[in-house]
Design a protein around this ligand. Structure first.
Ligand code: CTP
Ligand code: MG
Length: 228
């Protein structure tokens, strides 16, 4: 089984409010994005890595990340688009013909482990589509536009989704093509499969440490994970 991972890392990290995009913030002298790539570089199941970055960062990523850390599996460094979905779509178009499975993993999610990567590949092969997630710890409320509570869904059925989200290549390619044609914008990859394809998507139980670095609090947590 041939597996390609697309790593979207073309965002600006607005919620981090840092002078550079959050994926380039260094922890112990190493950019967050390099930790993320490391996880896939070390995973034997992965053959190819496609990196999608901002237009201005292509050269920096080639020299200061791919060459500096001697990553061997990077087959393309592409320019991303306006939304995450546009960036991922650029990657989808460059997945090698012989890949069976496509994983999509946030550049800002550096603590994914080989075990979780393997589990999503296994489930992707078996079911065609799966996402990694964890049971929510907090009670979740649905509110209206005036912040009045309208519903409290049963927590047992609520999961916070992570990445990788992992698919058979033909399925995710078709879902993305349809969405881009429709100008339909989703908040995660599996939503496109939910909307356009009539297949079941498996939830794979992940680990709470697989956080997406989003706000400054997450940097404090990230430093601790790296030092433990
Ligand atoms: N991403 C991307 N292209 C975009 C927007 C986001 O490749 N146009 C990537 C980000 O770089 C990140 C992942 O998608 O690795 C998840 O997105 P998110 O956490 O929302 O990152 P940002 O969009 O950069 O952050 P913010 O929403 O706070 O601006
Ligand atoms: Mg964003």
């Amino acid at each position: 089984v041939q597996c390609t991972v697309i790593i979207p890392a073309a965002g600006k990290g607005k919620r981090m409010k840092h002078d550079k995009s959050k994926q380039y913030i260094e922890i112990d002298g190493k950019p967050i994005l390099a930790y993320t790539i490391d996880a896939f570089e070390k995973c034997d199941e992965i053959q190819n890595i496609i990196l999608v970055v901002g237009k201005e960062e292509v050269d920096y990523c080639r020299k200061e990340i791919v060459e500096k850390y001697k990553f061997q599996k990077i087959i393309a460094i592409l320019e991303g688009g306006k939304e995450r979905q546009d960036s991922v779509y650029e990657g989808i178009k460059k997945v090698p013909e012989d890949s069976d499975i496509v994983l999509i993993h946030d550049g800002a999610r550096p603590f994914v482990g080989a075990e979780q990567i393997k589990q999503t590949i296994d489930n992707g092969i078996r079911y065609g589509a799966c996402v990694l997630g964890v049971k929510v710890k907090d009670t979740i409320k649905v509110v209206d536009d005036d912040n009045n509570i309208v519903d409290t869904p049963n927590r047992n059925n609520l999961w916070a989704i992570q990445t990788p989200q992992t698919f058979k290549k033909e399925l995710i390619t078709l879902a993305y093509q349809k969405a881009q044609n429709d100008n339909y914008c989703a908040t995660d990859d599996s939503m496109l499969v939910e909307k356009y394809l009539d297949i079941k998507i498996k939830m794979v139980e992940g680990i709470y440490s697989n956080i997406k670095i989003t706000t400054t609090e997450d940097l404090v947590i990230a430093k601790n994970f790296i030092h433990q």
